[in-house]
Write a protein that binds this ligand. Structure first.
Ligand code: SF4
Ligand code: SF4
Length: 399
């Protein structure tokens, strides 16, 4: 039976602009592109599911095709759902490792020195390549010693004292890799007389969605919707995030791809930079200290999809002395777990090359982006340090 509410493929006018903008189709002949893999073949797949082929797995879910489509075809969603029935079976153990972010994060942060040391060894990466199909060339993200949540629990009573509050969905990256970013979030929001609450959240589900583990993604999403809904209650509190991909999950994927009821959180989810931009607009002077640096800003694809880039850029422009250069829009190529897989490693690097070239030509003091995996990709492929906009803002707000 055809789901008549999900026939956006029928709105395709065959303009092909999506294929022109697809970063994967640009660098490899293995992927025919969004028009062919999305609306063109979806019509045929409905009649004959055998037409699903392995090439669907090369879509990295960047959603750039959806940004440019004039007919609002849900191209990336169509491809993602079709790929669930792909004959190419995902390497189960690898998929389990890449998607068990909470379990691995909890263990790794307890013995981070050992884990980081081991992951830095080329022999470990070779073995991970051999047994898990991970790209042995790629450096793996480092874990923090201790989680953000553990640190936060000691601050909780202070946060409850604020009358104005927001819920912070910190995501796995802040919790396990960069608790300092979470501390910066509290510093910035507290300076604006706003307390920060957290909930017993689970991973947003983006790695599960990308690795076709939709049932598990749905169960984690349901949990997150429940705890966030309870926290927001009748208060109308905003749910703010620092990760553009987690934000896309809560704001878009839960409702559109996973088809879950997001009542109670829909309309409340915002990237923190947008929330702060609006708060700053109410202040006569945000009181920021100058930061005299030349910074290159890279807009993550998922943030472009949500229309959020302008808020981050305008917020950063408020920092006096910051020479902000906005890079031409390009996909960095990593797309979460995509670029960590051996078969995607070179594609991922080739996609990002235009971005790396821009950065190298500009020679900034640092690079800024709102996405943790873009950060990993840029730091791995250039010599530049990448920071989150909130990290820099917190620095400008320090007394
Ligand atoms: S989501 Fe990205 S990789 Fe996939 S078809 Fe669209 S533009 Fe191409
Ligand atoms: S951009 Fe949209 S309308 Fe144009 S070919 Fe792609 S899916 Fe069809």
């Amino acid at each position: 039976m055809i789901n008549l509410e999900n026939i956006s493929f029928d709105h395709c006018i065959k303009c092909t602009v999506c294929t022109v903008y697809c970063p994967v189709a640009r660098v490899t002949h293995l992927y025919p592109g969004p028009k062919f893999s999305g609306p063109d073949t979806e019509r045929l797949r409905i009649k004959n599911p055998a037409l699903i082929d392995e090439s669907l797995q090369y879509c990295n879910n960047c959603k750039r095709c959806e940004i440019v489509c004039p007919s609002d075809v849900h191209i990336a969603d169509i491809i993602r759902l079709a790929s669930l029935n792909s004959p190419k079976k995902e390497f189960k153990l690898r998929s389990l490792v890449l998607t068990s972010t909470d379990l691995i994060g909890k263990l790794a942060t307890r013995m981070s020195t050992v884990v980081n040391g081991l992951m830095g060894l080329s022999v470990t990466r070779f073995l991970l390549g051999l047994f898990l199909g991970l790209a042995s060339e790629r450096a793996l993200p480092k874990y923090a010693s201790g989680t953000f949540r553990k640190w936060y629990l000691k601050q909780q009573h202070l946060q409850m004292a604020f009358q104005n509050r927001v819920v912070f969905f910190h995501g796995c990256y802040v919790n396990y890799n960069d608790p300092e970013l979470g501390k910066s979030v509290l510093q910035v929001l507290n300076r604006l007389d706003t307390g920060v609450l957290i909930t017993p959240e689970k991973c947003c589900g983006i790695p599960l969605i990308s690795n076709n583990r939709i049932t598990k993604a749905k169960s984690q999403a349901r949990h997150n919707i429940d705890v966030l809904r309870k926290a927001v209650g009748e208060t109308g509190m905003k749910i703010v995030l620092t990760s553009s991909s987690c934000c896309l999950a809560l704001d878009h994927e839960y409702q559109n791809l996973l088809e879950l009821d997001t009542t109670g959180i829909q309309g409340q989810v915002e990237l923190l930079t947008k929330y702060l931009f609006e708060r700053f607009a109410q202040l006569p002077d945000p009181g920021l200290k100058p930061i005299k640096l030349k910074a290159a800003y890279h807009a993550p694809c998922h943030l472009e999809h949500m229309g959020g880039v302008v808020y981050t850029v305008e917020l950063l422009k408020k920092i006096p002395g910051l020479d902000l250069q906005v890079l031409h829009s390009e996909c960095c190529g990593i797309s979460g777990t995509y670029g960590f897989k051996a078969e995607n490693y070179q594609i991922s690097k080739d996609i990002g090359q235009n971005l790396f070239d821009q950065i190298n030509t500009l020679q900034p003091d640092l690079v800024i982006t709102d996405c943790e995996t873009c950060k990993w990709q840029i730091e791995f492929n250039t010599t530049y340090k990448v920071v989150h906009p909130i990290t820099l803002l917190a620095k400008a707000m320090k007394n």
